[in-house]
Design a protein around this ligand. Structure first.
Ligand SMILES: Cc1cc2nc3c(=O)[nH]c(=O)nc-3n(C[C@H](O)[C@H](O)[C@H](O)COP(=O)(O)OP(=O)(O)OC[C@H]3O[C@@H](n4cnc5c(N)ncnc54)[C@H](O)[C@@H]3O)c2cc1C
Length: 418
């Protein structure tokens, strides 16, 4: 088996992996990026709509255009890129890690590295995840797969479709299917409010006269070889109103019902997972419970915007380089999600360093307030115009903002929303 030595190995060549790798190489360490597809860019390659890069590049780009800017930077750096290769396993051996990559071209390659960055993205929840009853005909796709079929492979997954889920991915696919000539008969949403941006409701549904059924679920899928129709059931206070259910004829059902960090490999090597994010538990340096193994991007927690993936992953690359530089991290304390917070990342912070946090709420509210406390003492209060579970919230805590820390007290940081 071929053996190769690098300081850092990055798993995944999407926006997270590229941003992390560029930071590591800029500090003079050797980096390999391993990508299982035949090109870098990750999910961005199939997102041909606009809406990327407003924060990072201050311009509105398509997904491939955003990816291209990073691919060019990687190509003109000394980063070694291995495409068409999948990372299969990681072994921890005293002061280095053996990472096994499998490629149809080169066979198995063993990478001997000091640090690993997990940047391998997320996967889509599917029919099994939402437990939809009925027959098992063809014509049921996850929205991301349908997007790939249309935008990359050149296939139209159906002529008359229904979309489940009104998050931005579901909305963007409603417009995309309309543009390729399919009739989008409805978007079904379990929540009483749309999950996606108002801009996308207007541009992707209203402009195409696509009905949005809020507080509705798919009851049953009908059809033997191919989807023929679906039953839709209204909900009242979360309870199914079966007597009011109706049927929609369609040949395809696109499921945009959420994304989950792809953590099979992390779990396999014993990395502790946060049950709220489904991503690894990480410290302030985005290092997992395994020494020298970091995580960033959608494998850490699912992001709405690529710009935030880039910001977080560039920091992750800097932290991995600090580790290689043998910088001693400052003392860290726990962070915990309080009232109305679903999760808070990272799981530790340091009052002696700059800190950046991402969180999601569980509620929909106008004029909310984010309150941060340490030792039960309020240290930060931020007004939020509108909050909802599908929109990620961020805040920073610069070093020195937490005064009078006593190493003897419980310096846990709590975030809550009121
Ligand atoms: C359908 C969709 C629409 C979106 N629309 C927008 C938008 O309009 N605006 C916006 O800002 N953001 C949008 N986003 C969000 C944003 O694009 C993503 O959050 C971001 O690009 C994710 O980057 P990532 O690198 O973490 O993951 P990915 O892009 O998924 O990259 C992960 C990479 O890891 C590779 N990989 C996985 N496992 C292995 C392995 N074992 N070995 C080797 N390689 C592996 C994968 O092939 C993939 O290339 C959208 C996301 C989706 C899914």
């Amino acid at each position: 088996m071929k053996e190769l030595k690098f300081d850092t190995l990055v798993i995944g060549g999407g926006s997270a992996g590229m941003a992390a790798a560029l930071e590591v190489i800029s500090r003079g360490f050797s980096v390999a990026v391993v990508e299982r597809e035949n090109a870098m860019g990750g999910i961005l390659n199939q997102c041909i709509h606009n809406g990327f890069g407003l924060h990072h590049f201050k311009e509105e780009l398509s997904g491939p255009a955003y990816a291209e800017k990073f691919i060019e930077m990687v190509d003109s750096s000394d980063i070694d890129v291995f495409i068409n290769m999948t990372i299969m396993d990681i072994e921890e051996i005293v002061d280095y890690k053996a990472v096994y990559g499998m490629s149809g071209i080169t066979g198995m390659v063993k990478f001997l590295v000091k640090t690993v960055v997990f940047a391998n993205g997320c996967r889509e929840r599917n029919r099994g995840s939402i437990g939809t009853p009925g027959t098992r005909p063809s014509g049921v796709f996850t929205a991301g797969l349908a997007q790939r079929l249309v935008n990359i492979e050149g296939y139209i997954p159906g002529k008359e479709c229904v979309i489940v889920g009104s998050g931005d991915i579901g909305l963007i696919m409603a417009r995309r299917m309309s543009w390729v000539g399919a009739k989008v008969k409805a978007v079904i949403e379990i929540q009483p409010y749309p999950a996606g941006l108002t801009r996308n409701i207007v541009q992707c549904l209203n402009d195409f006269d696509i009905p949005l059924y809020l507080s509705h679920v798919v009851g049953e899928i009908h059809g033997k070889d191919r989807v023929e129709s679906i039953d839709v059931i209204p909900l009242k206070n979360g309870v199914e109103q079966k007597e009011k259910s109706f049927n929609i004829k369609c040949d395809s059902l696109l499921l945009a019902v959420g994304l989950v960090p792809d953590n099979e490999l992390a779990k396999k090597i014993g990395i502790s997972i946060n049950p709220e994010t489904n991503g690894p538990i990480v410290d302030r340096q985005l290092m997992t419970a395994k020494d020298g193994i970091f995580a960033c991007g959608n494998v850490l927690h699912v992001h709405d915007l690529v710009d935030f993936v880039t910001e977080e992953s560039a920091r992750c690359g800097r932290y991995a380089a600090d580790y290689l530089d043998k910088k001693t991290p400052s003392n860290q304390f726990r962070t915990v999600p309080g009232q109305n917070i679903k999760y808070l990342v990272p799981n530790y912070y340091s009052p002696y360093e700059d800190n950046k946090f991402y969180l999601r709420t569980m509620i929909v509210k106008n004029r909310a307030e984010l309150i941060i406390s340490v030792n039960k003492k309020e240290i930060l209060r931020k007004k939020l115009k509108h909050i909802q579970p599908s929109e990620m919230i961020s805040f920073s805590l610069p070093k020195g903002d937490v005064e009078s820390i006593s190493e003897l007290s419980d310096n846990t940081l709590e975030a809550k929303i009121v």
